[in-house]
Design a binder for this molecule. Structure first.
Ligand code: SF4
Length: 341
């Protein structure tokens, strides 16, 4: 039995018309029940004929994940939802309540083949991609629990651009006007730099935002942090700049700042030089400085506050838009880089 949450509008229309011989308006009705009203019992889709509901129930289920645990941070209310898949694997999604908006951080894979050295997900061997229904279900389960979700970050476990088809399908579902009706600018895909798929994503014309996890201006240094990626920093940034120009969005540069590793003045000056060389218009960049979040067993530390602020100050003095990202849910291991099994 397959999940309704992994079915696109076009696929659903085809099934409704050609398999069930029902009217096409049923498609909108189903999408509204699932994504707008967040009703997950097909029997309660009360504006559908009873017979049709029964047929739907025979063919489809809605959820495929078990919610194993829900941990809420005492610091800031960030909540980590841990799920178990039908084949027995665990992964998490995170809800981050902000003053003006509700944000979720979703996972796209079980484990991660890239194995970034500062990331807990990278310590989990890659098992498989999450299906579209498993990606969509994370969002819906959290939305049912906390209310409307305003922003989605694909920054959980896994490299989203290595699960391209399921990622794109789920994003399209999030954008359906009959459903969640999310704003395209409120969806951000974060990548370490899968170059061909950055170009492919630009051609999708979805208008979502892209973030590149960079962490260094120097290829040799970066190889120490980001293990299994063959693309150079220059190729990655050129692809990111192409994406930003094509979609008229800012390119976010994520920079995990690690004490004595990539936090020195020469690091920030190298970054500035590189970005200025690759784009005359530096207003397309937004730089997020992420002080390293502690992970047990990893010999890295966060820099002093003074060094973090100095890193930001140098960027700003050179005309860049730069922010220091506050950790969310570090007491429940839900902050950036901390999500593991
Ligand atoms: S940072 Fe992203 S790409 Fe790197 S190991 Fe973690 S999940 Fe994978």
């Amino acid at each position: 039995m397959i999940s309704l949450l992994g079915i696109s509008k076009e696929e659903l229309k085809d099934i409704v018309l050609n398999e069930f011989y029902e009217k096409s308006c049923r498609v909108t009705q189903i999408l509204k029940w699932l994504y707008e009203k967040k009703e997950f019992e097909i029997d309660k889709f009360t504006d559908l004929p009873k017979k049709f509901r029964e047929t739907l129930q025979q063919k489809f289920k809605i959820f495929t994940l078990d919610l194993v645990s829900k941990e809420k941070s005492n610091i800031d209310g960030t909540t980590k939802y841990s799920f178990k898949t039908y084949d027995g694997y665990n992964f998490s999604a995170v809800y981050i309540p902000k003053l003006s908006r509700n944000v979720v951080c979703l996972s796209t894979q079980i484990g991660c083949s890239i194995k970034c050295i500062f990331c807990n997900s990278g310590r989990v061997d890659f098992v498989r991609n999450l299906d579209c229904c498993e990606i969509t279900e994370q969002l819906l389960r959290i939305a049912k629990d906390v209310g409307k979700i305003d922003s989605v970050l694909f920054m959980g476990m896994g490299e989203p651009l290595l699960n391209y088809e399921n990622l794109i399908k789920s994003i399209k579902i999030f954008l359906y006007p009959e459903g969640l009706s999310m704003s395209k600018r409120k969806i951000t895909v974060s990548t370490v730099g899968v170059v061909p798929n950055i170009y492919k994503l630009a051609e999708e014309n979805l208008g979502i935002k892209l973030a590149i996890s960079l962490h260094s201006y120097d290829d040799n240094k970066r190889k120490k942090f980001v293990k299994n990626l063959k693309f150079s920093i220059k190729d990655i940034l050129e692809a990111g700049i192409f994406y930003a120009k094509r979609t008229k969005t800012k390119l976010t540069i994520e920079y995990v700042l690690i004490k004595d590793e990539n936090d020195k003045e020469e690091d920030v000056l190298g970054l500035i030089r590189l970005l200025k060389k690759l784009s005359k218009d530096i207003s397309i960049f937004k730089i997020n400085i992420i002080p390293y979040n502690f992970i047990e067993g990893i010999e890295f530390f966060s820099p002093t506050e003074e060094r973090i602020n100095n890193f930001k100050k140098i960027l700003i003095n050179n005309g860049f838009l730069a922010f220091i990202r506050k950790p969310h849910g570090s007491d429940i291991k839900a902050a950036c880089g901390q999500i593991g099994f």
